[in-house]
Design a protein around this ligand. Structure first.
Ligand code: ZN
Length: 321
């Protein structure tokens, strides 16, 4: 943790994880079994004081946003909730066309909570996986100190394995925070807690994706979807108008109006792995068209600006390119 101390000697720290905060949030109100499951999601900013030698590009950073969620539910709801987390993960990984595999990690040597709790938690995760019919490997002793977990991995284009998401079942934090709900029997019960992060962190996920795709993000995800390249400065205004048309359609365009040759601008755009390069010369400027170059395909011909924008909007909306 990053820890600070004020002049009165009070220690404070930057939040390294959301779990305790969500437990406190749950505890602020009385819950009935009819309210459960209660699900909190918080893509909040977290900080961890990693040693500088461990930092690595986007893959290990000190400040990051986790797609974090915590689900508080009854024992009977655990399997359905875990299965729903697995479904959600599969839907996300499918969107990015990733090849995923599952691992179940069981109780580690250093842990909190008694063995009866661990037995129940491991059985619940095993049943959720079995019910789902996905293949998985068991990693004995690799669970978190507070509970067993399901990890989702992907293999990238170079055969390397990366951990993406994790779903962890936890009976210990609810115990430590004294969390309760009122059951149908009018007595107090302890909820189970599920920790869910499917991207891991957005920074890390983008890092893995960039590695996997060799920097060639699909156009729907790319920070710059199309770069507009005027051939001479006489076409700067027409090129800027194309960028405006893209922006008006909610698309991400950029203008390269540097005093460089168009060949140089194309090379630079290719180095940045930009999918569409829209060249605007005298003819294009006069006819409200662009000459389209596409990453990996080269010159694909002249297109009216409105037609190109409609095509890109369609590709973005359907995530088809
Ligand atoms: Zn958590």
């Amino acid at each position: 943790m990053f820890v600070t101390e004020d002049e009165d000697g009070r220690q404070m720290a930057l939040k390294p994880m959301n779990c305790p905060g969500h437990c406190a949030l749950y505890a602020m109100t009385q819950h009935s079994y009819r309210d459960l499951p209660v699900r909190f999601s918080e893509p909040g900013l977290l900080h961890r004081n990693e040693p500088s030698g461990a930092l690595h590009g986007l893959l290990r950073v000190r400040s990051f946003a986790q797609d974090d969620a915590h689900i508080f539910c009854t024992e009977e709801q655990v399997q359905d909730e875990v299965a729903a987390c697995i479904d959600f993960g599969l839907a996300i990984y499918e969107m990015f066309d990733l090849d995923t595999s599952f691992e179940l990690s069981t109780r580690p040597a250093e842990r909190i909570g008694d063995d009866a709790l661990w037995d129940r938690a491991e059985a619940a995760l095993t049943q959720a996986l079995d019910r789902h019919g996905v293949q998985y490997r068991v990693n004995e002793g690799d669970g978190a100190f507070y509970g067993p977990k399901i990890d989702m991995h992907m293999t990238d284009s170079l055969g390397r394995s990366w951990q993406l998401g994790t779903v962890q079942l936890d009976y210990n934090l609810p115990e430590r925070f004294g969390l309760t709900y009122i059951g149908a029997d009018n007595a107090e019960h302890r909820p189970a807690m599920i920790h869910r992060a499917l991207f891991g962190s957005f920074e890390r996920f983008i890092g893995i994706l960039l590695e996997h795709l060799g920097g060639e993000l699909p156009v729907w995800l790319a920070p710059v979807q199309a770069i507009v390249l005027p051939i001479t400065d006489h076409q700067n205004d027409a090129a800027a108008a194309v960028v405006d048309t893209l922006a008006a359609a909610g698309l991400r365009g950029e203008l390269d109006d540097r005093a460089e040759s168009v060949g140089r601008k194309i090379r630079d755009a290719e180095l940045r792995r930009i999918v569409y390069m829209l060249v605007v010369g005298e003819r294009e400027a006069a006819a409200a068209t662009v000459s389209v170059r596409e990453r990996g395909a080269g010159d694909t011909g002249v297109s009216p600006v409105t037609e190109f924008v409609a095509r890109l909007a369609e590709q973005t909306a359907t995530r088809s390119r």
